[in-house]
Design a binder for this molecule. Sequence first.
Ligand code: CP3
Length: 340
Amino acid sequence: MNNRFLDACWGKPVDRTPVWLMRQAGRYLPEYMAVRSKCTFLELCKTPELAAEVTIQPIDILNVDAAILFSDILTPVEPMGMKLDFVPGPVFEHPIRSMADVEKLRIPHMEQDVPYVLDTIKILRRELAGRVPLIGFGGAPFTLACYMVEGKGSKDFAQIKRMMYTAPEVYAALMEKITMMDMEYLNAQIRAGAQAIQIFDTWGGILSPSDYDKYVLPFTTKLINGLDRQNTPVIHFVKGAGTMLETVKKAGGDVMGLDWHVNLGKARDVLGTDMAVQGNLDPTVLYASKEIIEAEVKRVLDENADRPGHIFNLGHGILPTVPPENAIHMVECVHRLSQK
Ligand code: CP3
């Protein structure tokens, strides 16, 4: 069993730096497109045998040190009572705009409402046995609220911010409900066999540090405190958090996910020795030449300066038009350049 990833999450020394890629299963892989051409994205998420198949593809192709469950952060939001579509970005037909909308949301019963997620995890633990650990994941309450209130992606997030400032009681009731859903969803994943959990807060960085502290931190903290995580490290990835790492650290994860806007070494100085880090190559570097990719991998490893507790990753998801051979080369560089 390759335990480098879990050892690094706990800050233990490893023989070489473990690496995986956010969104490592996806459209840049022809093998993914072959499966995906036969069904919609949501059907793929809801068919455990297929979801497991595409989860394993990057393990075989890239030689990464961890697998991440194939699903979406919005999967558990649909059974809360919000019809979901992907076109290809996510769209909710009826966004949340009032207290009445929040009150109608239900907390799903995970075993009954998203059995396919838990079944995918069980299949994967069998198929990955003796190979690499499996990461489960969920969206952070704030990022889920962004999609639920905006109804889709957004450039300015005017609707969710307007709700925060003008209807704080609606905002708080929504965040509270999402937090309780998330806690049950992630604990169900741990019970089904997920060996680490990543919380994706893709939009946490759109807020000022003081608004993050006031409107996001209490909910993410409650979520992380509510997880059964004795043996299950929690990776907290807040995109755009470089200017507020001390605040984000208070949420309490074991590993801080970093985007590429921060120098990894400086981030570690701020975070201290009791927290591991994950990141943080700019995903667009994978468009560059083999030489530049190698130099950039070396730069990130050098910034970490051999400190234990580093998991190599991109600073955000891999882009759909990246050539797979460049991702394979990146993983090979991480392993070769960090080998003890
Ligand atoms: O990392 C992995 O390989 C696991 C799979 C995974 C997906 N989505 C598959 C996916 C994970 C971890 C996610 C998380 C996710 N989903 C996030 C947080 C991470 C991030 O990237 O910021 C967010 C914000 C979403 C919401 C979402 N889902 C968006 C905005 C989109 C459209 C993306 C696009 O590029 O068009 C999706 C769809 C989606 N999720 C796809 C995949 C492979 C593409 C669907 C397809 O095959 O058409």
